[in-house]
Design a protein around this ligand. Sequence first.
Ligand SMILES: [Zn+2]
Length: 553
Amino acid sequence: MTHHYTVLFGGSVLTFDGAQPTDAASRAAGDPGVPDAAGRRATAICYAHERILAAGSDEEMLALAGLGSHVVDLRGRAVLPGFVEPHAHPYWEGFVAGMALVAGRERRAAIRAIPGATEHLDPDAWLVARYDPTGWDRPDDPTRDDLDRAIPDRPVLLAHVSGHAVTANSLALALAGVDAATADVPGRFLVERDASGEPTGIVRGPEAWDRFAGAMPPPTVEEGRAALACAAARLAADGVTSVADADVGSTAGVEAEMAAWGDALASGAMPLAVSLLPGLARIAANPGDPVPSPADLAALLPEGVRSQVRLSHVKVKADGALTTRTAWLRAPYEDVPHAGGPVHDPGALAERIRRAADAGWATATHAIGDAAVTAVLDACATAPAGTAHRIEHAMLLDDDLVARLAAAGVTAVVQPEFLAWAGPTYRARLGEERAARLLPFSALLAAGIPTAFSSDRPVVPGAPLAGVRAALRHDPVLSAAEALHAWTVAGAAALGDDDAGCLAVGRRSDLVILSGDPTAVPREAWARGEDGIRVEATVAAGHVVHGALGWER
Ligand SMILES: [Zn+2]
């Protein structure tokens, strides 16, 4: 039977099969068919429904086609494994997709334009939007006074694009009950105050959004499904076939978001492979609370979709962000006289990670500053042996921390596009010496640290190819094949998904078709953004989820 086979021929098939994370290690492994970290090459591939049957020469693959097969001439295009996005926020991405982003060059103009975003809102409705001060001429967060002047008569909440701070006008502060008497929670909820003790409107920390979201009408299940459908379309257009929500519950709470995921998966609105990482602070708020198991979380999904979802890691937070000066550093910031701080003190962090591991979870812990990375490594060392640990971001490193990461066997999930987005802000926060130590990709790979790329979208736009460009611009040694390995094989490994990331026989038919062979483009062209490589079609589990298969010459 050869019905329902799809054969793609006449192109470059980069299988990533047989590849090691670096070009040198891939060649050293001795298979002459594996020239670099993109693995074994072929010119054609055949899949049937959701499984890959074979990759090989045009002749071999065309011989498999029969009546009813779909045979497509790639006309020189490239086929790669669909990109794996091990750390994103799809619910939040879809939720904010239609909202204004207060950004641009001039701070004054950006704030003055905010009232334009209220056009389609009911008179009393909250205005919720995001702001990105990294490109402004004066990069100060907007204050309640700025927002009151722009919009005095409805609650306004702007979320920093990093998700690690918000700023509110007076009405929003009042509705959320935030005033001069509101207590800070160190590392988690920090109210900035003026000289007289009144809130300036800026609130930092991982619980800042939650406090205000709790005062808004909650999103409906339909809104949740629509948000996920929107995120799925954006991800598919960027070639992503496998996505992880790296903090389920962070927008609307765990129950509402799990219901939306269940609905989106059951209805087909979310056709990608999905991993859900519940926020540990959301499923076990206090250090002593019992931690629900992965099976407990799966029970929140309709039975029919449970097998489509990976529930293996919990998301833990050790610190904040460099852009909001909430990342935890060993030495003070360059531009303010403090060093940020931890979300949990080191003993409590270790206790949380240990309890999560005891409940059957692998951990994925957000740590950006060097002090936070150190605390996470210390904490992981006390968890039960055999627990898989990821560090999310791992931005500010030195040689000792790289060596410790390697010795600990921890996976680093890093975001190259952050550098393209906020490079000047990082230099202002850290000074040149420390900024030069951010995200040393090739040093991580050389040390043997499993390193997966991701975007943390919608913090940045998040296309994997944009991440490749940013990585090659930042790192003079990294190759395109190595960067793409980090977006495929390594991402699947970070999720514990051995069905994705590689076009080997029997794997899920998750594919991205690119306009040309990305490894044939000089790295300088990638670094300059002149590679000309585009996503032309995306196939998830055998279904075309973006573009179409079939090209004119
Ligand atoms: Zn994130």
